[in-house]
Ligand binder design. Structure first.
Ligand code: FE
Ligand code: FE
Ligand code: ZN
Length: 303
């Protein structure tokens, strides 16, 4: 099982991410190269990156399974503001270079939102931008994330993802990141995962799946909301998610948790604790822990 969570990058860069991942008992992880909501980025620190790579090796984290996530604010779908569109393209070109410098093979991208333009035009904007970005000589693959369909988000149907991939020139540098919360919210029933995989295989091809975001959802099938819940504490439930995690067809694909932090109690969010150490332990054990919220609070209040 290749499992980890979203971790921070912080001031020490990748080294901080590796240390955080190890503290959760993970054997992979996902990070942003800076704050997810902005595009301010520092150059990659060589020495600390080397140290991070060494620490990964020592702890059996295969760098080929580690995932970078592009910031949410880049939008390749809308070109009404040409300067913003061009900036998104050049920013992602830079993100790929940063991944390259760290030895990271995959970067997850939200396809984009159409905001005020026709869907078909927006999809072509994404295609154009991705082909521009992938013109550089690189070994970094861009993974299109399946989206919930909140607002004018694209990539919430398999057909839209298929359309983008079909028009990418360098198909060896494009893939898909499934997100179980988003798929549920988009209307794909995760309780019948075999059926979903069959549909995915017929539409896009299973070989394009390179990462899975494993999240429960606060909302029912087709809600188009995108609110993540802790594993087993949402509408998908533990049994559905553990089947996906252990599915033979996807056994070598990294699974990444992006579930919410826990407050001191259900209403008090002043102090927040990461759930990942406990979710990973529960997943490895294969058994739902209905005391998990208390376990998390006890652990972090006493450590
Ligand atoms: Fe995402
Ligand atoms: Fe996600
Ligand atoms: Zn989400």
């Amino acid at each position: 099982m290749i499992i980890g969570s979203h971790v921070s990058f912080g001031s020490s860069g990748l080294l901080g991410s590796v240390k955080e991942a190890l503290s959760y008992g993970a054997n992979t992880f996902m990070f942003y190269t800076g704050a997810p909501q902005n595009t301010l980025r520092k150059p990659i620190d060589k020495d600390s990156t080397l140290e991070a790579q060494k620490l990964m090796k020592e702890n059996n984290i295969d760098i080929n399974t580690v995932i970078c996530h592009a910031p949410y604010i880049v939008n390749l779908a809308n070109n009404l503001d040409e300067r913003k569109y061009d900036f998104s393209i050049s920013f992602l070109t830079g993100e790929i270079k940063r991944c390259e410098e760290m030895g990271i093979k995959y970067i997850v991208l939200h396809p984009g939102s159409s905001v005020g333009i026709e869907k078909a035009v927006a999809l072509d904007n994404i295609v154009f931008a991705l082909n521009e970005i992938l013109k550089q000589d690189t070994t970094v693959t861009i993974l299109l994330e399946t989206m919930a369909g909140k607002g004018t988000e694209l990539g919430c149907t398999l057909e839209e993802i298929k359309y983008i991939i079909e028009h990418i020139e360098k198909k060896e540098l494009i893939g898909v990141c499934l997100d179980t919360c988003h798929l549920n919210d988009a209307g794909y029933n995760m309780t019948n995962f075999d059926e979903f995989l069959k549909e995915f295989d017929q539409t896009i091809g299973l070989n394009y799946i390179k990462c899975i975001h494993v999240n429960d959802s606060k909302n029912p099938l087709g809600a188009h909301k995108d609110r993540h819940a802790n594993i087993g504490y949402g509408m998908l439930g533990f049994d559905t998610l553990i089947k996906i995690i252990n599915h033979q067809a996807l056994i070598n694909i990294p699974k990444i948790l992006e579930t919410p932090y826990i407050g001191d109690n259900d209403d008090d969010k002043k102090r927040l604790y990461p759930p990942y150490k406990f979710e990973i332990a529960m997943i490895k054990e294969g058994k739902f822990n209905k005391e998990m919220m208390n376990d998390i609070r006890n652990f972090y209040q006493n450590n």
